[in-house]
Write a protein that binds this ligand. Structure first.
Ligand code: FAD
Length: 466
């Protein structure tokens, strides 16, 4: 019998535990224990139901094109719960000089695929539009070196595209900064397009021709009763005796054939460990086991973020713009990074007579906001919503959630760092890393990381059964 400790009960650790539970039920000789430091499972996934509104404190959905989270939901019997974003309302605005300007139809991230809407859009200057036209003749970059997203986008479309679109999109998704994030780690698909076609516009046209049949899929998928449902259903399928809440792991010591895991006043021997915490916590726990590994893990930066949800009455709903919401470029000098009109994006989350607005703050742009009180954060958000939307009404309720050092940033050289992490891990007893610090920050990638961690360990056991 092999025993495996899973450290961290967010979606990555839960996906690992669920995979091990399935193996255990299929009579594989494995057992596991899941250690979670907080009083609840789910990590940054949390849903609150407030006055008939569904409030997501952390992630509100996942990208449909990444299948692992939806597959897990189907396995859990939650197919009926899967619900797509309301793409008939899929319009996103960018704040330009304190005015909302719609992203033109057909723009895929920063690549125009429809000529007229982009040409007529006030979002870009004539110079950028000219550069978009020239991009059609762009040739491949021969350099093998990693580059930042900002540098890549600038090479194709110029600085205005970075400032108005690429950077706000990355701030709104990762809380990140296009001048720091690694192209190879964050947007590898665009590098492949460039390598094959030179021009991203030409590549996107070719891809669209091939995937036309998939175009009816919604961009985002969520669960009707909230993301927390996925967590609750996972926990319900796990063996209760294997689950430990309020049990922070304090240290990990390598032994001859495994690990000694200390949590609370007790220490437990395990054959293998799955570290499913943020990388900076893994760095601290592995400090004594391998200084080199710990240094590399600590070098993966994490940022903190804040989500604020505000509910309003039907008068506000009637005066808000259509569409999913808006993104705020850093040049606008606001605390807001992005705002979602939840009642438009996921209509079932608010009754027809309510407007539900969710704001995203913090990120690499504004870590200073984290120590502010909830009252102060709501005041700032309301002031900025008034400046941008003319929204002065009193909210029916507000909720503020702070997520400290929870979002990894894949900065320049991230893939090389992962190689070094793999190399230094090999010198230790059986250890697998899962979570958002490594190969994808979204919920689907985290699910996959948990499953892959188990696969890596159990493949190792089948080769070395002792
Ligand atoms: C505000 C926000 C919005 C997001 N929006 C989206 C979105 O819309 N779509 C999307 O796909 N992704 C989104 N993400 C990203 C995604 O939600 C996360 O990357 C993912 O949920 C992380 O899961 P995880 O299990 O790896 O880490 P976490 O959720 O951080 O879980 C780690 C767990 O480890 C525990 N832990 C820490 N230290 C110890 C210890 N010493 N011992 C035991 N346990 C410990 C923690 O308490 C925590 O429960 C968002 C993230 C945030 C913060």
């Amino acid at each position: 019998m092999k025993s495996i400790a899973i450290i961290g009960g967010g979606i990555s650790g839960l996906a690992a535990a669920f995979t091990l539970e399935a193996q255990r039920c299929a009579a594989s000789p494995v057992e596991y224990v899941l250690f979670e430091s907080s009083p609840r499972f789910g990590g940054v996934i949390a849903t609150e139901h407030v006055e008939n509104c569904l409030v997501e404190a952390g992630p509100d959905s996942f990208l449909t094109e990444k299948p692992w989270a939806a597959e897990l939901c189907r396995t859990l019997g939650l197919s009926d719960q899967l619900s797509g974003s309301n793409d008939a309302q899929r319009k996103t605005y960018i704040l330009v000089n304190n005015k909302l300007v719609a992203i033109p139809d057909g723009l895929m991230f920063m690549v125009p695929t429809k000529f007229m809407p982009t040409l007529l859009s006030p979002l870009f200057s004539f110079r950028t539009k000219l550069q978009m036209a020239r991009e059609w003749f762009h040739t491949s970059n021969q350099s093998a070196a990693d580059e930042t997203v900002a540098s890549f986008v600038e090479r194709h479309y110029g600085t205005e595209m970075v400032e108005r679109l690429a950077d706000p999109l990355l701030s709104g998704i990762y809380g990140g900064n296009a001048s720091h994030l690694s192209m190879r780690a964050v947007l590898p698909r665009f590098l492949e397009m460039e390598a094959r076609y030179g021009s991203l516009s030409r590549a996107m046209m070719a891809a669209r021709a091939k995937t036309a049949s998939n175009s009816a899929r919604p961009l985002f998928t969520s669960l009707k009763d909230g993301m927390q449902l996925m967590v609750d259903n996972l926990v319900a399928r796990l063996s209760p005796s294997a689950l430990h809440l309020n049990r922070p792991v304090q240290s990990l010591r390598p032994q001859e054939n495994g690990w000694m895991v200390s949590a609370g006043d007790e220490s437990y021997p395990f054959d293998a460990v799955i570290m499913a915490t943020p990388a900076h916590i893994a760095a601290t726990l592995l400090q004594d086991a391998s200084h080199d590994l710990s240094t590399e893990l600590r070098a993966i930066p994490y940022i903190s973020s804040v989500t604020v949800t505000l509910a309003y009455d039907q008068n506000v709903r009637a005066m808000l713009p259509s569409g999913f919401g808006f993104l705020v470029p850093r040049i606008e000098g606001k605390h807001l990074l992005a705002t979602t009109f939840v009642h438009n994006k996921f209509s079932h989350r608010a009754p027809a007579d309510r407007a539900l607005i969710r704001c995203f703050l913090g990120g690499s742009r504004d870590q200073q906001i984290l120590p502010s009180s909830d009252e102060e954060i709501v005041r700032i958000v309301r002031e900025e919503l008034q400046q941008i939307l003319g929204l002065a009404a009193e909210p029916i309720f507000t909720r503020v959630y702070k997520w400290n050092a929870a979002m990894a940033q894949y900065t320049l050289g991230h893939l090389e760092r992962l190689q070094r992490i793999r190399h230094f891990s090999q010198g230790l007893p059986a250890l697998a890393l899962a979570g958002n610090g490594y190969s994808g920050i979204g919920v689907p990638d985290c699910v996959r990381s948990g499953v892959d961690a188990v696969t890596a360990l159990t493949a190792n056991y089948s080769r070395n059964p002792q």
